[in-house]
Design a protein around this ligand. Sequence first.
Ligand code: ARG
Length: 490
Amino acid sequence: MTFSIKGLKIVEKYDSIKFRFNNWRILNMAQLWGGRFTKETDQLVYDFNASISFDKRLFAQDIEGSIAHVVMLEKQGILTCEEKDAIVKGLTSIRSDVEEGKLNISHEYEDIHSFVEANLIDRIGDAGKKLHTGRSRNDQVALDMKLYVRNEVVAVTEELTALLESLLAVMENNLNTYMPGFTHLQKAQPTTLSHHMGAYFEMFKRDVLRMQDVYKRMNYCPLGSGAFAGTTYPLDRAYSASLLGFEGPTLNSMDSVADRDYVIEFLSALSMVMMHLSRFSEEVIIWNSNEYRFVEIDDAFSTGSSIMPQKKNPDIAELVRGKTGRVYGALVSILTTMKGIPLAYNKDMQEDKEVTFDAIDTVKDCLHLFNGMLKTMKFNTNIMETSAMRGFTNATDAADYLVNRGVPFRDAHGIIGQLVLYCIDKGKAIDELSIEELQAISPVFENDVYEAISLKTCVEKRLTIGAPGQKVMEEVIKMNKEFLNSLGQM
Ligand code: ARG
């Protein structure tokens, strides 16, 4: 016979005693709150409300938080030493059984907290029922999510650091690889590959600093806040906070259970990472095109076309660019979810998890794959250099040449403008004109102009901090190396 209790389908032949037994068992195992209810939960309501299909990700954090909680309860004399030991042993065995695949996190439980508590009671009996003393699922889930996000802040930082290391290697090896720099996607002035990669280094460095900042601000422990008003038990919140590696306890129990600012800050920092990766991807796609050929993406990071045999597509870069949308989506989703929630906990907040988990997975994958693509990408340095020689990237330097010989800048600008027109007409670069042709436009030009507007000079003379000149780039690389060395500890 099939019937359902509190949303659970049970297939069982039963007599009244067995029914009562089942009823008791299910109320205690699958739901933590059946006592006040006289009607069973509608199956759809049960499913709609349940979060175990996604919050099972918080399993390790739930166990970790529960262990800290009971260790503190015992220290405060709220649990006996035997009770604490039994609970810790039970929780540890649940953890290892799940890790070893002996225990499945089954979806018949409402959420991960219910799963752990029910299993504990199943294993150790009455002592297990004391685990939740002085705790609510509100501070419990706030803690679990915080522990999870805190770990992921570190994991993302590690991926960012690996990318920074790859970038620094390209920078060090390409101090004299000349290429055009662009504005409006038009060749503007010459620079080096080292300098161009250095721009991305700065972006991802700021991303690392943002992660550190998120970590520092979020690192306060909500455990012990109860449903929202603390508890009447003499909890030592500072002690549980220290057991879990927090700076200290949060200072307002209402805020503690209602706060998801750290999720939003993290998603905002992740969105920024994706914005940087997306810009970089866009450049890789352009540089990899037949028209540019500045880079060649390794076969392992490209895909083919089902119809056009000649194609080698930059799909990874395109996907990274495309996935930026879903990470921004996660940020906007939680900002919107949180904006209308009155204090303190409301079930809306359960919506923080799926999009956050998805955003974290996406960003870690993107960072990892992008780094792999960067490390295996071939830079066609000759093509870059030839491109820098065409397109009048030295026009500013030609104007500066005249300025250094007494021509006012605005006049020099006009003269070089005429020169460029002339070059376009002749299909030549400025430094391909004869001295007679140059002097016909301005008598100020002399033979030393060729040296003054060579690619090498144009780049090497740019020596203010932050510019592409080799000497100053070497200084910047040294500073960035020190930054990477300083990272180790967070
Ligand atoms: N699944 C819930 C969440 O993710 C856990 C907290 C439930 N608390 C409550 N009062 N219903 O937010």
